[in-house]
Design a protein around this ligand. Structure first.
Ligand code: TYM
Length: 332
């Protein structure tokens, strides 16, 4: 059976990047021929400072976001990472498999640690090794993510392969990244060369799933563009990062290909296209954000769901961890 695992950090609100790059695909895979496991990776979130009250709220809000977007806790396992200790336990083992040099090559580490890497947490450096543990403690075969996680998934494969080689076993699967569709690389609304991110200091750079209709329309109206009209073919987006991004967002929200979008809007000026995009974004996102708000009114229910999800996750992870300990020679 094909098994999907993916995670999102509760380190801020959900963005349109998370939705188009990840959650939308999570929902589709839940209804395809996969067993699906989705996780709020709170242990990853604390690799950089998180205010405890904010972390708690963001974890619940992320859970509400999953459910409001169509993740059905009856079909998918939904939980937060820290409730299943196997992640951290296997993460330690993988810290002993992964090499310092592998970690040092991670572009996300280089970006996030910045020039002052001596002051970054040890956890931030080991981040990809815990991520490999998230995936492999379920023997997951498929991992849907946005483009920015590709390098981490290659490292996950390297860890699985090295473990299997070191111990002469065929135990951990070599995972397939699933990076598909128009939404795998949603860029900042202010700078088409930077990804849309919940950690960008400028709120105008991103669309939050909880933005109201006016805020959404205003952010789209103010989004950076160039002076030219939209092209009618995809080649015409070459070298126009901001234009490409808005067309991609439209395609992702409308479930259309970029080519089909351009057949409809090619030749239009941005002053015409932006209101169409804003209208589409409100139509797709407003129902999700109002459902999120409704779910957030009952925190106890969210907590209970995550608890049940964690039990189901642990039932899969625990035997795989036990077998791992056995392979490496730990007396049980
Ligand atoms: P995170 O929390 O940064 O993002 C969650 C998911 O959203 C995708 N994403 C985007 N996709 C397109 N355009 C964007 N601008 C954009 N921003 C974010 C991400 O690619 C991701 O799929 N390391 C992961 C969390 C993680 C994980 C895992 C993922 C921990 N363990 C195991 C998969 C499997 C992260 O920081 O995602």
């Amino acid at each position: 059976k094909k098994r999907v695992f993916s995670g999102i950090q509760p380190s801020g609100g959900l963005t349109l990047g998370n939705y188009l790059g990840a959650i939308k695909r999570f929902v589709q895979m839940q209804d395809e021929d996969y067993e699906t496991i989705y996780c709020m990776v709170d242990l990853h979130a604390i690799t950089v400072w998180q205010d405890p009250a904010a972390l708690r709220r963001q974890t619940r809000e992320l859970a509400a976001g999953f459910i409001a977007s169509g993740i059905d806790p009856a079909k998918s396992i939904l939980f937060n990472q820290s409730q299943v200790a196997e992640h951290a336990q296997l993460g330690w083992i993988f810290n002993c498999v992964a090499r310092m040099g592998w970690m040092q090559r991670m572009t996300q580490w280089k970006d996030k640690a910045g020039k002052n890497s001596q002051n970054a947490s040890l956890g931030l450096f080991a981040y990809p090794s815990l991520m490999a543990a998230d995936i492999l403690t379920y023997h997951a075969t498929h991992v849907p993510v946005g483009e920015d996680q590709k390098q981490h998934l290659e490292l996950t494969r390297d860890i699985a392969i090295k473990f299997n080689n070191d111990y002469g076993v065929d135990f951990f699967p070599v995972t397939e990244p699933v990076i598909e569709g128009a939404g795998t690389r949603v860029m900042s609304l202010r700078d088409g060369s930077k990804k849309m991110s919940k950690s960008d200091p400028s709120d105008a750079s991103r669309i939050n799933m909880t933005d109201d209709a006016d805020t959404l329309a205003k952010k789209i109206r103010k989004a950076k563009t160039d002076p030219d009209a939209l092209p009618s073919e995809a080649e015409g987006l070459e070298g126009r990062a901001e234009a490409r991004n808005l067309v991609n967002i439209y395609a992702g929200l409308a479930d259309m290909s970029v080519e089909a979008v351009l057949r409809d809007v090619g030749g239009k000026a941005f002053s015409e296209f932006k209101p169409l995009l804003a209208e589409l974004a409100v139509a797709k996102l407003a129902p999700i954000s109002s459902e999120m708000a409704r779910l957030m009114e009952n925190e106890a229910e969210i907590d209970a769901l995550l608890h049940t999800g964690a039990d189901a996750a642990r039932a899969i992870a625990a035997p795989i961890l036990e077998k791992t300990y056995d392979i490496i020679g730990m007396v049980r």
